[in-house]
Write a protein that binds this ligand. Structure first.
Ligand code: CTP
Ligand code: CA
Length: 224
């Protein structure tokens, strides 16, 4: 069902990318989620495809059309996202663009929580698996290039640098998500890519343009 890969610097490369938020269920009608639109991840996927890669997007719930020519695996929770990514290994490149929920409700009830049965006044949370760290620390079949994202509100580069070390990824794309900054939900992004030929600070640009830029950088890193 996928069209043959176009020629380009990423021709023949397999890329797996996570995108969008995760939804962590509380009961059949409620979940904990976040404001990720999925736009940046989908833009990177489309750009890598245009550059010739075979791209699979492991996507949380978003309201965007599938990026053209990419294979889609749709998931809801962090645990499903991790399982889907592991199943897709090995790949040449792994890009963690999803805003994975750090925690999930410790209990998921099969029945809708009802006010007259005591309702819900607090939610116990447990930590979700760290998908980026799991993939970056694989002993077998680790992708040759693992790229993470770091959305921060203060000491952006400092936090991003330690995040890159902690998770074991090769590059981290750092952006400032303070109120009034472009990234969250918008069509533009302004980032620094740590780990690529030293660090590379890019100007404010559209998420599509940043996708093309990253695809070109990946092509260079893979020697294409
Ligand atoms: N990430 C992931 N799985 C998680 C949490 C994060 O794969 N459970 C990935 C994100 O996709 C991103 C990177 O890790 O590429 C950094 O995510 P971020 O939320 O900034 O890092 P955390 O380690 O969760 O730290 P914090 O939210 O406390 O800043
Ligand atoms: Ca987080």
């Amino acid at each position: 069902k996928l069209l043959p890969a176009p020629g380009g610097p990423l021709r023949g490369k397999r890329i797996v990318i996570t995108a969008g938020p995760t939804h962590e269920p509380l009961d059949p009608v409620r979940f904990i989620g976040n404001r990720s639109s999925g736009k940046q991840g989908y833009a990177i996927a489309a750009a890598c495809r245009r550059a010739g890669a075979e791209v699979t997007v492991v996507s949380g719930p978003v309201s965007l059309p599938a990026p053209s020519g990419c294979e889609m695996v749709r998931v809801e929770t962090a645990r499903q996202m991790l399982a889907a990514c592991e199943e897709l290994m090995p790949s040449d490149v792994f890009i963690a663009c999803a805003a994975v929920a750090d925690y999930r409700p410790a209990l998921e009830t099969k029945h809708k929580v009802k006010k007259e049965r005591g309702g819900l006044t607090a939610i116990d949370l447990i930590e979700n698996p760290d998908i980026l760290r799991e993939i970056a620390s694989r002993s077998a079949n680790r992708p040759g290039l693992v790229i993470g994202f770091a959305a921060e509100t203060d000491d952006v580069l400092g936090h991003a640098e330690s995040k890159m070390k902690r998770k074991g990824c090769d590059w981290i794309v750092a952006n400032d998500v303070s109120p009034g900054r472009p990234a969250m939900g918008g069509d533009q992004n302004e980032v620094t890519v740590l780990g690529f030929e030293g660090d590379k600070t890019l100007p404010l640009m559209s998420k599509d343009a940043l996708g093309d830029m990253l695809a070109a950088m990946i092509g260079r890193a893979l020697g294409g």
